[in-house]
Design a binder for this molecule. Structure first.
Ligand code: NCD
Length: 322
């Protein structure tokens, strides 16, 4: 089996073979999740803590279900009611939780790099559930599985990632993953929402949505992340929808069988027309949610195997038994 990582902090360190291993394992969990009885035992006896410093609906519930379906004891830290509100630092929170002997720690944080820092302070496997504008690896992996299932392959596809690229960890992780798997990625959006330095990333950049969507196989829309903006990025939501919102007329420029994706939560009528989002012939948005649970099960399963192997080796070598 090819998957060596100790943590899942980003897709950046993953080799293409590791991505394929994870997606193949996730396929088996898609099948399990469609059964009436959905229990596996890959995480039996392990403790998973979800630590979300930012709001989340689908990612947190998806990680919670994934852990429960594989037999882990899952605890959701209610950060809003915790000592974090009393001024406890991220590291103190991490050390406190670490002392409770978790095996898997799932963390979302508004600051880029915070999850990597935390991972260096604990001795369990850490999964990044989104850190600032940096990475959101399980989102890119679930998007990859959705694309692979819809298109029958995960290479040589033209993928247009559209909208608020600058503030999006989803865009960054997808750009890295899709590039590793040899796809052609286009970043499409207003210049004010394009990250500085994007021109050096080896992908096409389009300000004109129509040119960006031309013959695309996959159209990935992103939410306008107003909470990360300090004003002045877009003219008005009306004008934004007119120029960069996905409607039937713009979508007609993509390939006739192009799929439409969105990580959620959606702002209907701002970045995407509600009718397109609900069109079951084009939109795979609900599939993304379904794949999310399976991909998180696969990610935690693989990390747990590595964790067990590492602890086993340490115990056999006469080290401290953990
Ligand atoms: C994304 C996130 O939080 O980065 N959502 C998600 O995980 N499904 C995208 C977003 O918030 O717009």
């Amino acid at each position: 089996m090819t998957f060596r990582a100790r943590h899942l902090l980003g897709v950046e360190p993953l080799a293409p073979a590791e991505i394929t291993t994870l997606l193949d394992l996730a396929e088996t969990y898609v099948a399990l999740n469609r059964r009436t009885v959905k229990h596996g035992d890959a995480l039996e006896g392990l403790t998973q803590i979800n630590l979300f410093f930012e709001a989340s609906t689908r990612t947190q519930s998806s990680f919670e279900l994934a852990g429960k379906r594989l037999g882990a004891d899952v605890m959701n830290m209610a950060v809003a009611q915790s000592s974090v509100k009393k001024g406890e630092t991220l590291i103190d929170t991490a050390l406190t939780l670490n002392a409770m002997q978790p095996d898997l720690l799932v963390v979302r944080h508004p600051n880029s790099g915070a999850v990597n820092l935390l991972a260096s302070k604990v001795n369990c496997a850490v999964l990044n559930a989104g850190d600032g504008r940096h990475e959101h690896p399980t989102q890119a992996l679930l998007d990859a599985l959705t694309i692979r299932r819809a298109k029958g392959r995960l290479h040589r596809l033209t993928v247009a990632i559209c909208g608020d690229i600058a503030h999006s960890r989803v865009a960054r992780s997808n750009l890295i993953l899709l590039g590793k798997m040899e796809n052609r990625v286009r970043l499409v959006g207003p210049a004010t929402l394009m990250p500085r330095g994007a021109a050096d990333w080896g992908c096409e950049i389009h300000e004109d949505m129509r040119a960006g969507l031309q013959d695309a196989d996959v159209v990935m829309m992103l939410r306008l992340q107003k909470e990360r903006m300090d004003g002045g990025f877009i003219p008005s939501e009306r004008e934004y929808f007119h120029r960069w919102g996905l409607d039937a007329e713009k979508l007609a420029l993509a390939k006739p069988d192009a799929i439409v994706m969105h990580p959620g939560p959606m702002n209907r009528g701002v970045e995407i027309d509600g009718t397109i989002a609900d069109d079951i012939n084009r939109s795979v948005i609900q599939d993304q949610v379904e794949m999310g649970v399976a991909v998180r099960m696969a990610a935690m399963d693989l990390l747990a195997r590595n964790l067990r192997a590492e602890r086993g080796a340490r115990a056999a070598g006469g080290g401290v038994y953990v």
